[in-house]
Design a binder for this molecule. Structure first.
Ligand code: PMT
Length: 404
C-alpha cells in the first residue's frame, strides 16, 4: 500500500559521502506522491549542493537557523509543524551524538528538538565509527526515545573498509518510510465511513446538493486502512479515486446512502459519518425538465433520513462518530448534535476561510460527553490520521474487551 501519497516529509541531510544518495531519495519519495522539504547541514553542503536538492524537491532548501528571510517564510517551528515525519538520511555519527544529547546548534538539530512528529534516522559512517561504544551508546539512547533507525547496511565502504555503516539504498529507505505510516491500531476492526455530498433530484437535469468534495471523509477512510482496519466507504458523488485497501460503495441520494449504510452496519465496530448529507429532498421529482416561466417556482421539500441518528440508536450499534459543519456557534451546535443524536463523539469543523468544505486543509474540535481535543489546522490527510488515533483511544476505552 502506498502510504506516502500527500505525506509531508522533512528530509534532513548531514555531512557524509552517502549524501549523494539523498538526491535519489528525494526523487523516489516524490514519485510516491510525498511532498519533500530538504534541510541540509553545513557539512552536507560540502558533499552535495543545495541547488541539486532544490531542483529535485521543487522547493527551497533550508540550511540556516538564523536566516531572517528563511525564518519569515518557513522557520524551524513551521517546518516542525508542517512535517508528518522527519527522515535524516544520511545521519552522521556527529549528528546522532548531538541528537542524543539534545544539542541544538543548527537548523536540523533544532528542528528535530522542536518536532512532535516521528523521527527516522538512516545512519551512514565509517564502520569503526559505527561500532565505537560512544556511537552505540547514543544509538541505544535514541532508540529508548522511540526514534527509529533504518540500517546501516554492511558492506564495502567509500573509505576502503568493509563492515556496518553503509546508508541503506534509497529504494529500501522509501519502503521503510512507507511502512512507518502503518500501525496496527485498528487491526481487523470493521469501519464504515460516509463521505462526500448527496444529490437530491429536482428533475432529470437539476438537483439539490452542497459543496462537499469528499476529501475529509476519504482521508478518514485511508487513515483507518493504514491502521489495519477493514474499511467500507459509502461515498456520494465525488471526483476522487477510492483509497487503496478500502471498499467503496457509490451512492447518489441520502436515501441510497442510508440503505448502503444500513445494509453494511451489522458487525461494524466504528461508524464515522463525514458525509454532508442533504437534509431535504423534493417531495415530488419532475419526470421531465421543469419549464422556465416568467414567475418564480416553489419547491416542496421533505426531510431526508438522518443516517447518523439511526445508526447511533441501533441496539448494540457501533461506536458512532459524527461530524458537524457549522458557520456559527461551533461548540454549542456540535455538543447539541452529540447529545440529541446520542453519539460517542463528534468532530466539529468551522466552515469558512478556506476550511471545512472543498479545501485541502481543515481544523477539528473533537468532542465527547466529558471531554474533547483540538486538532489544529493541517492538511485533511494529517488531521484524519490524528482523528483516527483519538477515535481508537476512545473506542478501546469504551470497549476494553476488544483489546489492543
Ligand atoms: O468533503 P469535504 O469538502 O472535504 O468537506 C468536509 C466536510 C465539511 C463535509 C466534513 O468535514 C463535515 O463536516 N461533514 C459533515 C457535514 C454535515 O453535513 O454536517 P451536519 O452538521 O449537517 O450533520 C451532522 C452529522 O449528521 C454529520 O455527521 C452528517 O454526516 C450526519 N447526517 C446529517 C444529515 C442526514 N440526513 N444524515 C446524516 O447522517
Amino acid at each position: 500500500m502506498n502510504n506516502l501519497h500527500h505525506k509531508r516529509i522533512v528530509l534532513g541531510v548531514t555531512g557524509g559521502i552517502a549524501a549523494y544518495k539523498s538526491a535519489d531519495l528525494v526523487r523516489r519519495l516524490r514519485e510516491q506522491g510525498a511532498e519533500v522539504r530538504v534541510v541540509m547541514t553545513r557539512a552536507a553542503c560540502e558533499f552535495i549542493t543545495p541547488l541539486t536538492m532544490q531542483a529535485l524537491s521543487g522547493k527551497p532548501v533550508h540550511t540556516e537557523l538564523l536566516d531572517h528571510r528563511a525564518e519569515a517564510a518557513m522557520g524551524h517551528i513551521e517546518l516542525a509543524r508542517w512535517s508528518d515525519v522527519i527522515l535524516v538520511a544520511p545521519a552522521s555519527a556527529n549528528f546522532m551524538a548531538k541528537l542524543a544529547h539534545g544539542q541544538a546548534d543548527d537548523l536540523l538539530s533544532t528542528l528535530c528538538l522542536a518536532a512532535a512528529t516521528p523521527l527516522l534516522l538512516a545512519p551512514a559512517m565509517n564502520q569503526r565509527m559505527w561500532l565505537n561504544p560512544a556511537t552505540q551508546d547514543n544509538v541505544a539512547l535514541l532508540q529508548r526515545r522511540a526514534i527509529t533507525l533504518f540500517g546501516p547496511a554492511e558492506g564495502d565502504q567509500a573509505c576502503g573498509e568493509t563492515g556496518p555503516g553503509r546508508l541503506l539504498e534509497p529504494v529500501e529507505l522509501v519502503r521503510h518510510v512507507n511502512d512507518s505510516f502503518e500501525t496496527q491500531l485498528l487491526a481487523a476492526k470493521k469501519l464504515l465511513v460516509t463521505a462526500g455530498p448527496t444529490r437530491e433530484d429536482i428533475d432529470p437535469v437539476r438537483y439539490i446538493s452542497n459543496r462537499s468534495s469528499g476529501r475529509m471523509g476519504y482521508a478518514v477512510a485511508r487513515a483507518a486502512a493504514e491502521t489495519g482496519a477493514d474499511v467500507i466507504l459509502v461515498s456520494g458523488p465525488t471526483a476522487l479515486d477510492p483509497p487503496e485497501r478500502v471498499r467503496r460503495l457509490d451512492v447518489i441520494t441520502a436515501r441510497d446512502m442510508r440503505d448502503a449504510v444500513m445494509a453494511n452496519v451489522a458487525d461494524t465496530d466504528i461508524f464515522i459519518a463525514a458525509a454532508a448529507v442533504a437534509d431535504y429532498r423534493c417531495i415530488q421529482i419532475g419526470d421531465q425538465k421543469i419549464k422556465k416561466t416568467n414567475t418564480g417556482i416553489t419547491l416542496a421539500l421533505e426531510k431526508t433520513p438522518d443516517i447518523l441518528a439511526e445508526v447511533a440508536n441501533l441496539p448494540d450499534g457501533p461506536f458512532t462518530v459524527g461530524f458537524a459543519a457549522e458557520t456559527e456557534g461551533l461548540i454549542e451546535n456540535a455538543r447539541s448534535k452529540l447529545r440529541s443524536k446520542k453519539l460517542d463523539m463528534i468532530a466539529a469543523n468551522q466552515v469558512g476561510n478556506g476550511l471545512g468544505f472543498e479545501g485541502d486543509e481543515n481544523s477539528l474540535q473533537v468532542l465527547w460527553e466529558d471531554g474533547g481535543v483540538v486538532l489544529e489546522q493541517a492538511l485533511k490527510e494529517k488531521l484524519a490520521r490524528q482523528l483516527i488515533n483519538v477515535v481508537a483511544e476512545r473506542f478501546y476505552e469504551k470497549n476494553p474487551a476488544q483489546g489492543h
